[in-house]
Design a protein around this ligand. Structure first.
Ligand SMILES: Cc1cc2nc3c(=O)[nH]c(=O)nc-3n(C[C@H](O)[C@H](O)[C@H](O)COP(=O)(O)OP(=O)(O)OC[C@H]3O[C@@H](n4cnc5c(N)ncnc54)[C@H](O)[C@@H]3O)c2cc1C
Length: 471
């Protein structure tokens, strides 16, 4: 049972000669205005009451904004020579404090490296700082879309998604980032006195995927795209929550109905969707779906068969009206919509493993009811339909949160803890040895995103040690 969260070291500035550092990295653009540096040291860590308490006072000392790989290399080299901590950042939409410097130092803002390098027969080469929305604005007219994207499509960068995210809208077809074939290659700059450029191809790319920028700076990504469909946002409504889950399961098993998103959401969470409320039936549970236009009739037939009703639909391409695209009510946006109304809410990230996922959902739904309003995201995992839970939690105390987590794990539903800033603890709680080994080679001084990789801090004898840090 996990019932405590390890606090990071106390906040402190890194003691460096910043004027000399800036001169050494010129002409790289920098920001040292304290309010702006603070702003660029934040992400959505405040989703978690635990992280909010732990990380609220940690900031960087200087922001550097490279415009090219050459500029990245300049910053990496000077940080290595001067042993200055370096935290890479995309748009700062991560929600486990991933992009927050815990030992001061430099924040490397990648958003000026924002160009598509090439799009050739469904393979995209792109710089890391490009926003997902801008990326698709260029690929959609050529008939290609992202295989899946986080619900932060309108704000997040592609580099931040690959380094900090896991899955999203489209995962019902293509699984998650670690599935072979999604990320084809990464170009990575090391943090050494003389930085190297390493190209990781195929399975090797996983050494840096979802490693929180702890073991290299990604300067170019090669990803596989999907053929674009015209999508329609739909909301199905059900009086009974488990009926909505069974419908979601059937929809995912209906191979001839093309879909990109299937998310059952209990009324206890849907009632916070202010922009949508005019369309929802009070007290009813919903399933948010994205359906390809040629499949809409079949979708409606399946819905009728399951006793549900269609309460809202709109073409994704139609940007009129007040209601945002429905993906902004799914994945981690569900929690955001709730937090806008009730600041005491927090959430879980749960795996309901196949093939017993529907039965497990029912068991935990009955056990916790409205204390843990259900929000499920259906995905394809290893070829099988399964679901993740991003359930809301009506937070009372840290102890109660730990109890709820323990009860889920005891029932057979592992929790990917969203209340930890530690890379390993947020996942399967095992060290990814390949990622750790890559860090030893690519970041020998342990400067990248300090204190986020538990294995480094526990195993590496000198500069990575918690107690021996020279701040
Ligand atoms: C409302 C909301 C909804 C979300 N929905 C989803 C979702 O559906 N699916 C999902 O997976 N996540 C989701 N997230 C988490 C997050 O938005 C995504 O993972 C997003 O893709 C992160 O992109 P970013 O540009 O903001 O990265 P940042 O938050 O800036 O960075 C994320 C991590 O990547 C590292 N990083 C960034 N750029 C580089 C680089 N060039 N090289 C090396 N490391 C780098 C950073 O150090 C950090 O550890 C959500 C978060 C919020 C707040």
């Amino acid at each position: 049972m996990k019932n405590e969260w390890k606090d990071p070291p106390a906040p402190a500035s890194h003691n460096a000669d910043w004027a000399a550092f800036k001169a050494a990295i010129a002409p790289v653009e920098t920001i040292d205005e304290p309010a702006l540096v603070k702003q660029k040291s934040r992400d959505f860590y405040w989703y978690s009451p635990v992280l909010k308490r732990q990380l609220g006072k940690h900031f960087g000392d200087l922001v550097a904004i490279p415009k090219s790989e050459e500029e990245v290399i300049k910053v990496a080299s000077e940080c290595a020579k001067r042993r200055i901590p370096l935290t890479v950042r995309g748009a700062g939409t991560g929600n486990y404090g991933q992009a927050m410097p815990l030992a001061g130092g430099v924040v490397l803002d990648m958003t000026s490296m924002d160009k598509i390098v090439s799009l050739d027969k469904g393979t995209l080469k792109v710089q890391p700082g490009m926003k997902l929305i801008d990326l698709e604005a260029q690929t959609l007219p050529q008939g290609w879309e992202l295989r899946f994207h986080p619900s932060t499509r309108r704000t997040a960068t592609i580099g931040g998604f690959i380094a900090g995210g896991s899955g999203g809208i489209g995962s019902i077809n293509f699984g998650v980032l670690r599935d072979r074939g999604n990320v084809k290659a990464l170009r990575v700059v090391t943090v050494e006195e003389t930085p190297r450029i390493v190209t990781l191809v195929g399975d090797d790319a996983q050494k840096v995927v979802h490693a929180y920028g702890t073991n290299g700076i990604v300067t170019e990504l090669e990803i596989a795209m999907a053929r674009a469909w015209p999508w329609t946002d739909c909301v199905a409504s059900f009086p009974d929550f488990m009926a909505s889950v069974r419908f979601a399961q059937s929809l995912c098993e209906a191979d001839a109905i093309v879909k990109k998103e299937v998310a059952p959401i209990a009324w206890g969470a849907a009632k916070y969707f202010k922009p949508l409320l005019g369309h929802l039936k009070e007290g009813e549970h919903i399933v948010i779906c994205m359906i390809a236009d040629p499949s809409l009739e079949a979708f409606k037939d399946l819905l009728a068969e399951h006793g549900g009703s269609l309460v809202y639909s709109r073409a994704l391409a139609d940007e009129s009206g007040e209601i945002p695209p429905l993906y902004e009510f799914t994945w981690n946006h569900t929690t955001l919509q709730a937090l806008k109304v009730d600041k005491t809410i927090t959430y879980l990230q749960t795996l309901f493993p196949p093939p017993q996922h529907v039965a497990l959902v029912e068991k935990l739904w009955k056990a916790f009811g409205d204390e843990v309003p259900m929000h499920l995201e259906f995905v394809r995992l290893g070829g099988q339909v399964a679901c993740f839970g991003l359930q809301l939690v009506r937070y009372t105390t840290q102890e109660r949160l730990a109890e709820i987590i323990a009860a889920h794990e005891a029932a057979g539903a592992p929790i990917f803890d969203p209340h930890t800033y530690l890379l390993e603890d947020g996942g399967m709680r095992v060290v990814d040895e390949a990622q750790y080994e890559f860090k030893r080679a690519a970041d020998p001084h342990g400067l990248l995103n300090k204190f986020k990789m538990r294995a480094w801090d526990e195993r590496t004898p000198t500069e990575g040690k918690w107690a021996e840090v020279n701040l």
